[in-house]
Design a protein around this ligand. Structure first.
Ligand SMILES: *Cc1c(COP(=O)(O)O)cnc(C)c1O
Length: 436
């Protein structure tokens, strides 16, 4: 299998190259050249999520240096449960928040981390991953790469601009993961990463790479939980559920579509969005337009110009084609609050603000049609206590893995948004400029 750039379809690379480059040289995103034909029969005997993952991803790694390591990489990716929980009214919840940082991004980050560690086994110096984060992505990446050989990570976050709980998840690392608090906003952090990539000294002293969500190495593994859950549903009921995916940058929703393209028993796919409207606007009008990002209660979905739109439009080139593939529904902050408030009574569940968008869509489409529903729960509610606790009226217990991550939190260096100060830390980890 080869991977092509959305901007230059003739530019084809191997999976390993796509994983290490992240973005194609022309600025496009890598996509698989085709989808293998893998209906339920292809998964006979695959009962665990690791076994399903390996079977599904095998053709995607075919012919690549990484192929023989795929079973080990799938084992390293999971190691935590991904339950499909029945909540009544023909509805099940796919809980993607049992990993180390309690959100679905753990899956993609862990797959990419293990793959890159293996690909760099024979390199003479480690690969340095630079990540700018506004909160949750950085934590998932740091946790995934922590203590992996042959790779080191520098995480930049804006001091004072992330929640206390997010900060604790970002600052509990050591060894090959260095976190730096930047006195600035998220854009300053992103700017520093861009400057480092263009800077001669950085380029000569480090082998730089990124691990952001557009890397195909985060998208492919996300197909695997859809495969496992839809097979579980198919084996129990013989039906294809309608899947509702809380969506922002559209990676998770796209992975669900990829799984369906491969022949997995998935019915309608619905993207639940917050008040950010690039997708719903495009599907309604046929005009793609980037919007300014709006802040909502579902912060991890606050995206005005989703990067995976480029992949969606590559596979489904017109609005009409895309309308056949997906439906999108917008959910307001008021509706999110309402679903969190009524969650314990209506569904016996405390929802996180992101998952609440999927619940609202499920409620509004509560038609008489004969179908089953699968709601994708993207994060644990304990990650967002400021929003959730006042609405349900009690404290939310923090999952054990997340508590462990937060308990390791320690002071980290704090810098002005300047590449010189960042270099001072990264090139000489012994002498941090100041300590926050
Ligand atoms: C990242 C994230 C989303 C949005 O996922 P995309 O792949 O960007 O669409 C939804 N919920 C949570 C909790 C997230 O962290």
């Amino acid at each position: 299998m080869q991977y092509l750039s959305t901007r230059t379809p003739d530019h084809r690379v191997s999976l390993s190259t796509a994983l290490q480059e992240g973005l194609a040289p022309d600025g496009g995103l890598y996509v698989p050249e085709r989808f293998p034909d893998l209906g339920p029969a292809a998964f006979e005997g695959c009962d665990t999520i690791e076994a399903v993952a390996e079977r599904l991803l095998r053709p995607f790694a075919e012919g690549d240096a990484i192929a023989e390591d795929l079973p080990a990489i799938c084992e390293a990716t999971y190691g935590f449960p991904v339950p499909l929980r029945d909540v009544g009214r023909r509805t099940s919840v796919l809980e993607l928040f049992h990993g180390p940082t309690a959100a679905f991004k753990d899956v993609g980050a862990r797959f990419l981390a293990d793959s890159l560690a293996r690909l760099n086994e024979t390199a003479d110096r480690p690969l340095t991953i630079l990540v700018a984060t506004s909160g949750d992505t950085g934590a998932a990446v740091a946790a995934a790469f922590w203590q992996k050989p042959n790779v080191e990570v520098v995480v930049l976050y804006p001091k004072g601009k992330v929640s206390d709980r997010q900060e604790k998840q970002l600052t509990g690392w050591s060894d090959n993961v260095q976190t730096v608090a930047v006195n600035g906003v998220f854009d300053d952090c992103q700017q520093l990463v861009k400057e480092a990539f263009q800077h001669e000294e950085w380029q000569s002293r480090k082998r730089l790479s990124s691990a952001n969500s557009i890397n195909i190495g985060r998208l492919l593994p996300q197909m695997t939980y859809y495969a496992h859950a839809s097979l579980q549903h198919w084996r129990a009921h013989g039906t294809k559920p309608t899947v509702i995916v809380p969506s922002g940058n559209l990676g998770n929703g796209l992975a669900c579509l990829y799984a369906r393209e491969c022949g997995l028993p998935i019915g309608e796919v619905i993207f639940a969005t917050n008040e950010n409207r690039p997708v719903t606007h495009y599907l309604e009008t046929g005009d793609y337009q980037a919007f300014e990002t709006q802040q909502t209660l579902a912060t991890a979905m606050d995206v005005g110009n989703p990067s995976n739109m480029e992949r969606l439009r590559h596979h489904w080139p017109t609005a009409e084609a895309l309308r056949e593939a997906i439906r999108a529904e917008q959910v307001t902050d008021e509706q999110i609050k309402r679903q969190i408030r009524r969650g314990p009574d209506a569904w016996d569940t405390v929802w996180c603000p992101h998952t609440a968008t999927a619940v609202d869509v499920r409620e509004r489409l509560d038609d008489d049609s004969d179908r089953d529903w699968m709601l994708v729960a993207t994060a644990h509610p304990a990650k967002f206590p400021e929003v959730v606790e006042p609405l349900v009226g009690h404290e939310i217990e923090i999952p054990e893995l997340l508590r462990k991550v937060m308990a390791r939190s320690k002071p980290v260096p704090q810098i002005a948004p300047s590449l010189d100060e960042l270099g001072g830390i990264v090139f000489d980890a012994e002498t941090p400029t100041s300590v926050s």
